[in-house]
Design a protein around this ligand. Structure first.
Ligand code: NAD
Length: 361
């Protein structure tokens, strides 16, 4: 199914409105999910709609929530997302970090108990828009998907790390990745007819590398169920011991330090914690040399002789900008299984009249 982004957003907005969210929040959820698709991260796009709706029904997610500030000063805040949609809670938490950092030069926001924050790159982009560097460590309490280096049993989730650096009027750097070999959503995409996984991205219960999503999901339908634990394998950590260590640090900073808790088998909800650090570069750039130095260096970096002739060296954020331009113009391609899971969800919540193909050919 190839669908134009405005139409997709309108359809997804209707689903959340029918499910009980305000039109403002529904539009926000749809905008962020579609933004993940636009940037090429289909794993964090509209494929999530059935799961979000099932989480809304089960109480894992709550509509219409706002941040509760537990404690704050001019430079930091500890905030609780009250299991609200990450698209709403994330915007509020990042806005708070931006305001504090614009005033003081630096800020730290410790966010606990947020609903799924989606593509974390969106939050770095929001800070970049305000002229700020930001660094985000994320964990997922209640989600065990990834085995630590040297292990087979799941001990953590896909714990993303994201860093945004504004470069004046030039394109910003947005480094945004899961600390697992693949994001869980990419396993979801592969399980629903999308791009297959690299053959060593998962590990079976017996310790063998595999690309088969069944190692994670077993025979469950992962778009439908909250229980993604029925496979006996795990996703592998990226970068061997280094990625595994970085994922552990996410548990410490985003889980233990925010108060949201680390990943574990007894957590009742699947929720994100996020420790975010915001830096106003103007406060450090006393020589006013940052922009020139950064731009010159990025050019030097990208001018590296390509390993494969004709394939350019990229910097973080290039790929997403290229995909956003292409998909904004040409539409978003969704595998049939993903599209019809969304259509089924729309029908379940009572969306009736919508002028797009909703039956299989
Ligand atoms: P990925 O492996 O596609 O890596 C993306 C990063 O690599 C980006 O910064 C991109 O610009 C850069 N990149 C891609 N190709 C490049 C190239 N050829 N040269 C240089 N840089 C390149 O991302 P991922 O690990 O699959 O993560 C996908 C998304 O999942 C992220 O947006 C992440 O925030 C999100 N995520 C969210 C959660 C959550 O709990 N909310 C959990 C895990 C992941």
């Amino acid at each position: 199914m190839l669908i134009e982004v405005a139409l997709l957003r309108a359809f997804v907005t209707q689903i959340f409105v029918k499910a009980g969210c305000s039109s403002e929040e529904s539009e926000r959820i749809a905008r962020h999910l579609a933004s993940a698709n636009l940037t090429g991260h289909d794993s964090h796009g509209v494929i999530r709609v059935p799961r979000y709706i099932s989480w809304l029904k089960s109480g894992n997610l709550c509509a219409g929530q706002s941040l509760t500030v537990i404690t704050e000063t001019d430079v930091f805040a500890v905030v609780d997302g009250n299991r609200g949609f990450g698209q709403s809670i994330g915007e509020q938490a990042v806005q708070l970090g931006i305001e504090k950092s614009l005033n003081t030069g630096f800020s730290i926001i410790a966010l606990r108990q947020s609903g799924h924050l989606g593509r974390i790159g969106d939050w770095a982009e929001m800070a970049v828009e305000a002229g700020l560097i930001s660094i985000h460590f994320v964990n997922v309490a209640g989600s065990l998907l990834v085995a630590p280096f040297g292990g087979v049993s799941r001990r953590m989730s896909t714990n993303p790390v994201t860093i945004g650096v504004p470069i004046g009027k030039a394109e910003p750097l947005i480094l945004d990745f899961a600390t697992s070999r693949v994001a869980e959503g990419k396993v979801l995409v592969a399980a629903t007819g999308g791009k297959p996984l690299p053959p060593d991205s998962l590990i079976t219960g017996d310790g063998l590398p595999t690309g088969d999503p069944k190692a994670l999901y077993g025979d469950a339908d992962p778009t439908r169920t909250n229980d993604i634990r029925s496979g006996d394998g795990a996703i592998r950590a990226m970068g061997e011991h280094k990625g595994s260590g970085l994922a552990l640090i996410c548990e410490m900073l985003a889980g233990a330090l925010t108060g949201g808790g680390c990943a574990g088998p007894d957590k009742p909800y699947i929720l994100n914690g996020m420790l975010s650090i915001y830096i106003n570069p103007n406060h450090l750039d006393v020589d006013q040399s940052f922009l020139q130095e950064a731009q010159d260096y990025i050019k030097f970096f990208k001018d590296s002789k390509p390993a494969e002739p004709g394939i350019d060296v990229l910097v973080p954020g290039d790929q997403e900008r290229k995909r956003r331009a292409d998909r904004t113009k040409n539409g978003i391609q969704l595998p049939d299984d993903v599209w019809f899971a969304i259509v089924d969800t729309a029908q379940e919540v009572g969306v009736t009249d919508f002028d797009i193909p909703t039956t299989r050919q």
